[in-house]
Write a protein that binds this ligand. Sequence first.
Ligand code: GCU
Length: 320
Amino acid sequence: MGCLLVAASWLPGCGAGADRTLIRLGHTLDPTHPVHLGMVDMAERLAAKSGGRARIEIFPGGQLGTERELLELLQIGSLGMTKVSSSVLEQFVPAFRVFGLPYLFRDDAHRYAVLEGPVGQQLLLAPEAVWLRGLTYYDAGTRSFYTTGRPIEHPRDLAGLKIRTQESASAIRMINLLGAAATPIAFGELYTALQQGVVDGAENNPPSYHTSRHYEVARSYSLDEHTAVPDVLLVSTVVWDALDGQTRQWLTAAAVESHEVQKRLWQEATDRALAEMTTAGVRIVRPDKAPFRERVAPMFDEFRRDPVVGPLVDAIEATR
Ligand code: GCU
């Protein structure tokens, strides 16, 4: 492959005779998080397939920036890979808004069928127009509310609360329809925001709520499971275009194989997170989901009328 220089993301060991590729990957999750462990699995597979010639170095915990910043670094080729929530990707590729539609999937099997089927796979290639290439999804389960004060048993309990959202128009719309005041804050700043009362609550899946330790300051978790927003693994097209065909194949295979491993890790981590938080005294509520569904129902009509996401909603509903 020789010596390829793509800014600082691309450190192919450019000494004389070097024939090595090192891709830097930045993300915002904790190193104990099951999505991080999925990426570790991918990196190990790439190293094994290439006999150590192609490697990935992972920088977790937001060391290299917020999800939006990481995507921007990929676009200019200053970083090789990232993993972001599709909620943040929707600012770059509007079609990804579809995953922000509450209660979109019938169950876990439906979600996997969509992500692994034609709809999910076509969406992975959509970011190429903005210098990003999706490699695979990582499961991020379902998102639910957690609060520092009263537990959320019904949408009326959200009235007037400031709830942190991701930087996502669909997340903001959903929170506002549920009667709370949506407050976008980066994930890395949320612990302090909850602790200092800047917001009254947030929402996330059990492993993220647990590994971020937000449960230390927000002690009620209400499993209304309003959205199932997947995580997406991406490579900069600047870096991708500079890879030889063999390395692209290894990387693609490593990513797809790690998706399968990560699905299993996800289930285990979700069960563990709920058990450990129960032991730690977190109040876990299982509310009736019907009133939550009713409040956000207008989003279905809005999305259906939208020329970009409307056809995707139909295709997802038709997926068996
Ligand atoms: C999930 C997701 C992250 C995202 C976070 C958030 O944990 O995996 O990528 O940053 O939600 O709420 O911001």
